[in-house]
Design a protein around this ligand. Structure first.
Ligand code: ADP
Ligand code: ZN
Length: 605
């Protein structure tokens, strides 16, 4: 018999939460009604609850398809902490472990069974599922089924089998990144064209977006990190070498920084990832190889020292910050060199169609960097979601950029490019413009040109900013296949002839302590005072101890918010313990007594 308990009661009893987040409740009701669902929610939005909760209310077992083995194990451990009977089957297991999971399934003792998609190719997996009593099928990271998405997994095409074999079992597909085209494809490939679609916007209101012009990247990063001492974060770099160098440098100035890239051996990578998850103040310096499946809730910042190659990549990487809903920073430095380098990478591509797609992606990324209006607006528009702008939580909203009529300086620059023969890079052209004494310049007799020294109204740094903006606007082209020489484009002509005005933005490097709006703390936060601190520390230590015993990350034992509520409210019995955010019956049973014990031993004086 299906349970008659209300979803809200289960939310409270098992998960320890007071209310649903939108649209969890509607999704759960649709599934309980036997309907299929497609759910789009941003990272950290609370997707797993959409299938874990109905799994508890329905008769039988819920099958969860999850593409990452590491993530699967974590999710099963986290579910068990809540007291949910969960297991998984994947290729990393011993056959003995697999057999014992199958046994539990046969005996009807499992509520959640996590499966790697490739297992569906095995005939005995299907036989096993036919014998079991399926209550619900959940397909996580559903965009992997789409050839147009950015993580296509051929194994996902096998998933159509669920609707053909089990037409009456509701199916829920979940993802955090899918534009209109990908959504259609998910519905079609999973054969759930009648599914109810739930979209919770892409906006991550607690993330503050900021892009600085690169001048001295390390100094800028150091200044930015001032406000993140003793916090967890990720610094992304493009190359392995830069990852290593940056990590070493950060260590030398007192940060617990650990490198992570595909060139490190597996044991070290695993160790660094583990420390990042388990400790409170580790900064991971990584290439994009790091991050998939990292669901640490309290990552306070994501910093980019190099330009990501698309908005999707940027959104996904920065999205790893602030999953707990508390203020977090997405910070980036970028400059002329990044633009040239990324263009080079795009054009190195031999497939012409691919080049066009990537060029387009890079252009939108650059537009995001150069925009003078609200960054959130441009980000959300990219995903097809309207936003009125003026978010108040990005650098452009907080300190609006000034733009100026740059037509005259731009004409000077374009003339210098033209007169020097359209074959020199930005540095040389700027030297000519600013009238630098230089052996090469005199050898080429460029000191005889009319443009020599006519640009002394700006320094070299400002000129580089001008060149960068002109490249992004398509008013100058870079010969990336050759030596990076600047060339005029079709559009340059109109400017040179005086038929077109050019407005550029004044580059500013933000003052070191980043100026920000009053960062909103979520309203549900308790205030920890001086007197609560000793208890909070003891609770933190206990959490670490339990995490070690259970071999899970501390945040899976209890979130920071739960610790703070414990330290402030000091529950004295099981009933008041269950009022704490994130503590349901499962956790109260497992370690409630130890929590109460620590609280009792730390009375307020
Ligand atoms: P996603 O898979 O969408 O990235 P998760 O399912 O991992 O997100 O959930 C993110 C966090 O939000 C988890 O720590 C989860 O416990 C928490 N959470 C989910 N639903 C709620 C809720 N209704 N109230 C409070 N916290 C919630
Ligand atoms: Zn804004």
């Amino acid at each position: 018999m299906p349970s008659t308990e209300e979803p809200l009661a289960v939310l409270n009893r098992v998960f320890g939460f007071d209310e649903f987040r939108s649209p969890q409740h509607e999704v759960i009701n649709a599934l309980l009604d036997g309907k299929d669902a497609l759910v789009l929610m941003p990272t950290g939005g609370g997707k797993s609850l959409c299938y874990q909760l109905p799994a508890l209310l329905l008769d039988g077992v819920t099958v969860v398809i999850s593409p990452l083995i590491a993530l699967m194990e974590d999710q099963v451990r986290a579910a068990r902490q809540l007291g949910i009977a969960a297991g998984y089957l994947n290729s990393s297991q011993s056959s003995h472990d697999r057999e014992s999971v199958r046994c539990e399934l046969r005996d009807g003792n499992l509520k959640l069974l996590y499966l790697a998609p490739e297992r569906l190719q095995l005939e005995d997996t299907l036989a096993m599922l036919r014998e079991a009593r399926l209550s619900l099928v959940a397909v996580d990271e559903a965009h992997c089924v789409s050839q147009w998405g950015h993580n296509f997994r051929p194994d996902y095409l096998e998933l159509a089998v669920f609707k053909s074999e089990f037409p009456n079992v509701p199916l829920i597909a979940l993802t955090a990144t899918a534009n209109e085209m990908t959504r259609e494809e998910i519905l079609e490939k999973l054969a759930i064209t009648d599914a109810r679609v739930f979209v919770k916007g892409f906006d991550r209101p607690n993330i503050y977006y900021q892009v600085q012009q690169k001048q001295s990247a390390r100094k800028q990063l150091e200044a930015f990190l001032q406000s993140h001492r003793d916090e967890s974060g990720i610094v992304y770099c493009l190359s392995r070498k830069k990852v290593e160098q940056t990590a070493t440098w950060l260590q030398s100035i007192g940060y617990q920084a650990l490198p992570y890239h595909a060139g490190l051996d597996t044991a070290m990578r695993k160790d660094h990832q583990q420390r990042f998850l388990a400790e409170d103040a580790v900064t991971i310096v990584a290439t994009i190889a790091f991050g998939m499946g990292i669901d640490k809730p309290d990552v306070r910042f994501v910093a980019h020292l190099d330009l990501p190659k698309s908005i999707e990549a940027y959104y996904q990487e920065t999205g790893r910050a602030g999953r707990d809903g508390k203020p977090a920073d997405a910070w980036m430095v970028y400059g002329l060199q990044d633009v040239v380098l990324q263009m080079q990478m795009v054009r190195d591509n031999t497939d012409e169609r691919q080049t066009r797609v990537e060029q387009h992606k890079l252009n939108t990324m650059l537009a995001f960097c150069e925009v003078t209006d609200c960054r959130r607006q441009i980000l959300l528009n990219y995903f097809g979601e309207g936003h009125a702008g003026s978010c108040g939580q990005c650098d452009n909203c907080i300190s609006p950029k000034t733009t100026y009529d740059a037509t005259v300086p731009v004409q000077k620059l374009l003339s210098a490019v033209y007169r020097t023969g359209q074959r020199f890079g930005a540095a040389y052209v700027i030297d000519v413009l600013t009238g630098k004494q230089d052996e090469r310049i005199s050898r080429f007799r460029h000191d005889q040109l009319s443009v020599y020294g006519i640009g002394d109204e700006m320094g070299a740094t400002e000129w580089r900013g001008v060149v960068r903006q002109l490249i992004v606007m398509g008013l100058v082209d870079v010969d990336v296949a050759g030596y990076g020489g600047l060339r005029l484009t079709e559009s340059s002509r109109a400017v040179l002839k005086g038929d077109r005005e050019v407005h550029l933005s004044q580059d500013v490097v933000q003052p070191s302590s980043s100026k920000r709006a009053n960062r909103k703390e979520p309203a549900d936060e308790v205030e920890v005072t001086e007197t609560d601190h000793p208890l909070l520390e003891q609770l933190r230590a206990l959490r670490r101890e339990i995490a070690n015993e259970e071999n899970i990350a501390p945040f899976m034992v209890l979130h920071d918010r739960s610790l703070r509520e414990l330290a402030v409210h000091r529950p004295s019995d099981r009933v008041s313990l269950l009022h704490i955010h994130g503590i349901g019956e499962g956790k109260a049973d497992r370690f409630g007594a130890r929590l109460l014990d620590v609280i009792e031993r730390n009375p307020v004086d």
